[in-house]
Design a protein around this ligand. Sequence first.
Ligand code: CP
Length: 304
Amino acid sequence: VNHLLGIKYLNKKDIQLIFETADHFKEVINRPIKKVPSLRDITIANLFFENSTRTKLSFELAEKRLSADVINFSSAQSSVKKGETLIDTVNNILSMKVDMVVMRHPNPGAGVFLSKHVNASIVNAGDGAHEHPTQALLDSYSIREKLGGVGGKKVLIVGDILHSRVALSNIFALQLQGAEVMLCGPKTLIPKYVDKIGVKVETNLVKALNWCDVANMLRVQNERMDISYFPSTREYTQQYGVNRELLDSLDKEITIMHPGPINRGVEITSDVADSKQSIILDQVQNGVAVRMAVIYLLASKIKQ
Ligand code: CP
């Protein structure tokens, strides 16, 4: 496969290979000279049709650390605003001898759609509420780094599961690696698909936190929220927010994750997000090595 469209297209061995390759690149980017010449013959276009800080900059940095040529496209400043279609946009960019496209798009399935219509390797950098595969890979990589492995670990995903591509990709990735997954949130933010995919669901946050080794706190996606999903932000925080007092009341010390951006004081307080229990910035740091691995492995297939 010449694309990374979602975790659902990967198997356990693919993830192991990505992690072993990321281990190598993590060592590389900790050297004084953080760059390798591996992809001097590859050109990559980063196409962002939706806002991003971490994913956009992390991909760009990963590509530059591999010595690829990089061009960046943001739909807000582009001819998409004049009515140009996705396929026309991408085919015009590809005609400039581009080999790989990294794309974030608000529509679920946008990457799959594109992969059927253009001749380039596609990496999904988040498609609506569907998948965010590199986020799930960097999340599992960070759990592996912190806890020595992912298999057998109890991973809790808390919050707005309904609108979260991070949740779905994490569920697929964690299950492939033999972790147990529990979802926790208000019933209105738990999607119906969970009945079919073998995850536990718990609406009581204290019980869920006492069960887990790791809690991944999702952002409440106010921009995708309908008022009927949940009564108020204050009520959400009271029932599903983590704070220092709550964590200190648990039987054990758990690891706290968050994909970012954080709504400080809503799903997580600053005294938790910035504490030693949190690996939030490790996740961001690991994202560069993991994305280097993904791009390197896909580019190796282009070169064959
Ligand atoms: N985690 C994540 O995808 O963050 P950005 O939206 O800033 O890329």
